[in-house]
Design a protein around this ligand. Structure first.
Ligand code: PLP
Length: 452
């Protein structure tokens, strides 16, 4: 019989100790932090699932490549290796390095958009939306309807609603739409993938109206693997070939190398258009740096050049997707409400369904995140009423899985902690705000538990 156990496709050469705290210590720490996990020091966290961004473990090959980093201001061979690695996968004519994804977004929107424009996207990530709105354009989210129902199972819940895209173009006119974007996987929509068929259909609509298509490529490798697993005709293709096919439909992309670049910092912007590339490089020099380093050290460019290729390795992707799915499926089978199906980089707990006795005004997402910390030293993040105020459509708690960092037993530990909290959920109190900043309040808010 074939062996079916999926294992971490690496062994560990350098270890970083994590520290256990007692429940009493955690109680004191979280109280001092105003029940806000952003304000707890990372040394007091046992398993940190706050984000998968910039938290990846680098490989021996990445560390070796970093030693080759050439720190010349102009014309560094590290840039050549970076550009060749990006072009071999993404296929675009121009590759512009940036210090992270949002810098690529800022430059793209500055060059392509003006006040009154509209940018349709399956779902804008928060920095994408902010950079789009900063130049006076409207960031329009048009995911398929299934994306809004947490428990609905759909293999490509990240897809864009193509009929709505056509409608928006017909109503507003193509002149008001300088570009269309597709976020793969759809981070804000639960890490859900976009199908190749959807990319193709979106491109067809764009082509008909002469509108360029850009891909927000942060989790391109995870998206490619979902296509391999779930879309007809792709089972025998490599993630690399699938990725190349995805990008062949696009005119450019933005990328945060802190996700599927397996690097701790970095990003890039790509385009096929010569004049745009020139304008983008001019802006790059103003705020990021010369076009052969763009705000990064030569060694960072080297780490990304290697990381992009490692993120496409099939054994790695198999372990990555299986590990996230294990967490999601295991707790869901015990009744814990999650956004279905499990995404690529994270599991999202549905806090309103988990804690139905806590009204949204008392922050059920915060209540659940605090409990996971108290119970097991796990850090997650609330994506709900604290983050978005009254506009929040859902109260979710995101457990983002850093790449190549935690082992199966760490994930099993997380499952056990969640199930313990689930069993005593009726005793969990709601929260009230005692301090808030005028914007992005979730980073600094202070709260206190209500009597229960
Ligand atoms: C992280 C992210 C960004 C922004 O990248 P940063 O490197 O954090 O600036 C943009 N889009 C998506 C989908 C992301 O996940």
């Amino acid at each position: 019989m074939a062996i079916r156990t999926i294992i971490e496709p690496f062994r560990i050469k350098s270890v970083e100790p994590i520290r256990r705290t007692s429940r009493e210590e955690r109680q004191k720490l979280i109280e001092a932090a105003g029940y806000n996990l952003f304000l707890v020091a990372s040394e007091a966290i046992l398993i940190d699932l706050l984000t998968d961004s910039g938290t990846s473990a680098m490989s021996t090959e990445q560390w070796a490549a970093m030693m080759r980093g050439d720190e010349s201001y102009a014309g560094s061979p590290s840039f050549t290796r970076f550009r060749e690695s990006v072009q071999a996968i993404f296929g675009f004519r121009h590759v512009i390095p940036t210090h992270q994804g949002r810098a690529a977004e800022r430059i793209l929107f500055n060059v392509m958009c003006k006040k009154g424009d509209i940018v349709p996207n399956n779902t804008h990530f928060d920095t994408t939306r902010a950079n789009c709105e900063f130049v006076g354009a409207t960031a329009l989210d048009i995911p398929i309807l299934e994306a809004k129902q947490p428990s609905h199972l759909h293999p490509f819940k990240g897809n864009m609603d193509v009929a709505r895209l056509a409608e928006v173009i017909a109503r507003e006119g193509a002149k008001k739409i300088p570009l269309v974007m597709l976020t793969i996987t759809n981070n804000s929509g639960g890490g859900q993938p976009v199908s190749m068929a959807n990319i193709r259909e979106v491109k067809q609509v764009c082509r008909k109206h002469g509108i360029p298509l850009y891909i927000d490529a942060c989790r391109f490798a995870e998206n490619a693997y979902f296509i391999k697993l779930r879309e007809e005709g792709y089972a025998d293709k490599t993630p690399r070939n699938i990725a190349r096919e995805m990008f062949a439909h696009a005119d450019g992309c933005t990328m945060s190398a802190k996700k599927d670049g397996l690097a701790n910092i970095g990003g890039f912007l790509c385009t096929n258009e010569d004049t745009l590339a020139q304008q983008e490089k001019d802006l790059l020099i103003l705020t990021e740096g010369f076009p052969t380093y763009g705000g990064l050290a030569g060694r960072d460019l080297e780490a990304i050049a290697v990381g992009l290729n490692e993120a496409l390795e099939e054994e790695y992707l198999k372990y990555r997707i299986a590990s996230t799915a294990f967490l999601g499926n295991h707790i869901a089978s015990e009744g814990v409400p999650i956004v279905q199906p499990p995404g690529g980089h994270a599991i999202y707990l549905d806090a309103r369904a988990f804690l139905p006795h806590i009204p949204t005004a008392q922050f059920p997402g915060v209540a659940l995140a605090v409990e996971l910390y108290l119970e097991g030293g796990i850090r997650s993040v609330e994506i709900g009423s604290l983050m978005f105020g009254e506009h929040a459509q859902m109260d979710l708690v995101r457990l983002a899985i850093p790449r190549r960092v935690y082992t199966q037993s760490h994930i099993e530990y997380v499952v056990e902690v969640i199930l313990d909290v689930w069993r005593r959920r009726e005793k969990i109190p709601g929260y009230e705000l005692v301090h808030q900043a005028p914007f992005l309040r979730h980073f600094t808010a202070k709260l206190k538990p209500l009597a229960r």
